[in-house]
Design a protein around this ligand. Structure first.
Ligand SMILES: [Zn+2]
Length: 491
């Protein structure tokens, strides 16, 4: 029956891409956080034009998002909590609705074909401090304004996004605030324009940035600028109401340029157009590696200057920001190395060596300690910021160093950010890279130190040159100073 056969082959010849467009997934596929990020598209740029009134915490704005579709889309999600008044896709008004905890579902007038670019405009307003998701808010009100900085989520309170580190993009953030208030964000300050009682601050992040690393601070700040000896522009900002913490905050954060140059010796050239940090007048306790503009809670300076936390957050500019994790289970790529940088700084300052600190971590947690049940290579969503990810994570790095030798180790440390610049990578990618550079098989070492939920035994400790295993190790001199930064990402 030639006629029927022809019809059948015609049917089979319809390419899969012409299948009925379907909704993009409400999550990007991260098992730790099923609804974080979204499926079906990839963002290249966020343009955020905002206006903020500190007195009432009212934020209004227009987000223009440049994206490329990765499937035929009948609808797609953004992650967002504020009240939306209009969405346009490629110029045409689109239907939209909120669903789940933080999903904004957008249905374009006509479906979007795979592999095409889309311009999405979202107009919105709201009072971010009145919004929560999962019973939580990342929007921190201050007496003089507010701050958005948290991990793994903070974007929902101020701009619609594909909220997952695996979709990085560039940013233009332009915020109008009443004269006398400053707006701080990532990257470089392109312009400041005052008109009719309002001042507009326009910031640009010209390198790919994860959504959780985008930050916004609105309040009364003293902004300082400079350039490191190595040529990196530095922009810092201090709340004008830091009280007794003001001196210690400046004595720490003003060393940003020096520390960036020092870290460049280990990690290679600084990857961004500027460096810096800001200290808002918040009651929070943590710090966060927001890209180029680190967030520091005043409490980090309550006991005097704290360069260790500055080293930690600036180390993340390479390990976490330049090279971002692929999935949240890869958090060791961020925290193990930021903690190890604190150990290197301790040694640089003439205090405890990295080996002494590693010996102490190994010795001070007995085999039955719950510390060893946390697997830094895949700690689970609840263990993501457990102290073991930091301390056991840094111990694993010392074990790697002792296994491959200093020459290969420091080549890995410096080569990794260059090899994966502005991209994403996993713990497995790191192991493979270290194997390639060192010429050694490292599967067993990584398994022992990062993935087994037990304390590595005496033979593994000896192999990692933890020679003192079995005999008590005195607390290193810098231990308490480093441990004081343990809550860097705690809530
Ligand atoms: Zn960290």
């Amino acid at each position: 029956m030639p006629g029927a056969l022809a019809a059948a082959s015609l049917l089979l010849a319809i390419p899969a891409s012409a299948a009925t467009p379907s909704p993009g997934a409400p999550g990007i596929g991260d098992p730790y956080y099923p609804y974080y990020g979204n499926g079906g598209y990839d963002v290249s740029h966020y343009d955020l034009r905002l206006r903020y009134q500190p007195r009432t915490d009212e934020l209004e704005g227009t987000a223009t998002i440049q994206a490329r579709t990765t499937q035929d889309l009948s609808s797609f999600d953004l992650d967002f909590l504020l009240d939306v008044s209009e969405v346009r896709v490629n110029g045409a008004k689109a239907a939209f609705t909120h669903s789940q905890q933080h999903e904004l579902v957008v249905t374009p007038k006509t479906p979007l074909a795979e592999g095409t670019t889309a311009t999405v405009v979202v107009r919105y307003r709201g009072v971010p401090s009145t919004k929560s998701a999962y019973g939580f808010t990342a929007w921190h009100r201050t007496p003089d304004g507010a701050v958005a900085a948290d991990e793994p989520e903070s974007a929902w309170w101020w701009f619609p996004s594909n909220d997952h580190p695996s979709d990085k993009a560039t940013y233009d953030v332009s915020v109008a605030v009443p004269d006398g208030t400053q707006a701080i964000s990532n990257g470089t300050l392109q312009s400041t324009v005052s008109k009719l009682g309002w001042t507009r601050y326009s910031w640009r992040q010209n390198k790919p940035q994860a959504t959780y690393l985008a930050t916004l601070a609105l309040g009364r700040f003293d902004i300082t600028t400079g350039t490191s000896e190595g040529g990196v522009p530095v922009i810092n900002a201090y709340s004008k109401d830091l009280g007794d913490n003001d001196g210690a905050a400046r004595a720490s954060v003003e060393r940003t340029g020096e520390i960036v140059d020092w870290l460049s010796g280990y990690f290679g050239p600084y990857p961004f157009s500027s460096a810096g940090g800001y200290v808002p007048n918040t009651t929070t306790g943590y710090a966060l590696e927001t890209q180029t503009r680190v967030y520091y809670s005043p409490k980090q300076f309550a006991n005097g200057s704290n360069t260790s936390v500055v080293v930690h957050e600036l180390a993340h500019q390479w390990y976490g920001d330049d090279v971002s994790l692929k999935r949240w289970k890869d958090i060791w790529i961020n925290e193990g190395f930021a903690r190890y940088a604190q150990w290197l700084w301790s040694e640089h300052e003439g205090e405890s060596t990295t080996q002494e600190l590693a010996d102490y971590v190994y010795d001070s947690h007995p085999a039955g300690d719950a510390f060893w049940t946390v697997r830094p290579g895949d700690p689970g969503p609840d263990g993501q910021f457990d102290i073991a990810v930091y301390d056991r994570g840094a111990l694993a790095i010392q074990a790697l160093r002792d296994k491959v030798g200093d020459q290969a180790f420091f080549a890995v440390l410096k080569g990794w950010p260059r090899d994966h610049a502005y991209g994403n990578a996993s713990v497995t990618d790191f192991r493979r890279y270290a194997e390639r550079v060192s010429g050694k098989k490292l599967t067993a070492l990584f398994d022992t130190w990062l993935f087994q939920p037990v304390k590595p035994g005496a033979s593994a400790a000896r192999a990692a040159s933890l020679a003192k295993a079995g005999t008590p190790v005195a607390q290193p001199r810098s231990w308490k100073r480093i441990a004081a930064t343990d809550d860097v990402h705690g809530r």
